[in-house]
Design a protein around this ligand. Sequence first.
Ligand code: ZN
Length: 373
Amino acid sequence: MHITSAFDSGNIEVIDANSQPVQLAIRRDNNSDFYQWFHFRLEGEAGQSYPLRITNAGKAAYPEGWENYRVCASYDRHNWFRLPAEYDGETLDFTVELDRPAIYLAYFAPYSWERHLDLLAWAQGDDRVQLETLGQTLDGRDMSLLTIGDADAAKHRVWMIARQHPGETMAEWFVEGFLEALLDEANPSARSLLTDTVFHVVPNMNPDGSVRGHLRTNATGANLNREWQEPSMERSPEVFLVRQKMLETGGDIFLDIHGDEALPFNFVAACEGVPGYDERHAQLEETFKRAFVAASPDFQTERGYDLDKPGEANMTVGTNWCGHQFRTLALTLEMPFKDNDNLSDPIEGWSPARCQQLARDIFLPIREALNSL
Ligand code: ZN
């Protein structure tokens, strides 16, 4: 039996390969205490069973994320299914019964850096898309922005950023689905939106963390979603560059796409705690949420985060900074690592295909919110 994670977004440490179960540990993000993302390949003998134990699960960033969690697995790196797992408050145990010589195991279906580059290359082939490099990350990767639509003619601007937390790969699956729908000439919702709206999309806010196999931080250990008040080129160039561009363009809707480790639902968090949160904010938020519920049975508003008290929002968070700075609708969209418990899927759980479908269903809420401006 052989385990490796020496590839794009790989993360696992083999503590003892000869014990039963095999003892594993998840590596921390560089310069940080956060960890929870894992991704590795196990090679063995087809027909054999391999019990595995993640020994440091209980001290991960979100231990409640392991409750009722099922491990993502794939033989071909395209189709991801779930394996049952047991969490006892300390360790996560699961068993792989090999049908083929090698299997990939991950916290959620990975979204590779190569796939990210493919997405940009595909998108730039459309005449309505402008691909722009805003600058470079600390590891020297490009920060890429896609602008879709006619910026001069547009009445409205929508910003969408994803994967500030690199282990939340569902966010980039969502963006891929969003871009495919937006550029689909047979999609009337997309065509109608593009008559009066321009979209600024950052498919990956944290390239270095993605490739390094981090859960939550960039190359130097900065949690980018706590950097929005005072980003710097030394510590958080990703936020610095995107924020600078936002200040140039402004916007009417800001969407920040994430995944939540613990809650088995799709939901949004708004900026109700920022100073100056007013009727306009509240009404846009209400319109958006109501339309999203109508558009997708995978979206709901009953379960989510506790609301911030008035004036007590953490202004270093992207959504709060945007909602306050531009005095408009800013939302964090959270998708589950586990499943949507209102509409669960026993084979795949929450999956890339479902992220992409949810993205197709976000056109209606965007349209309704823009109409109400
Ligand atoms: Zn997140």
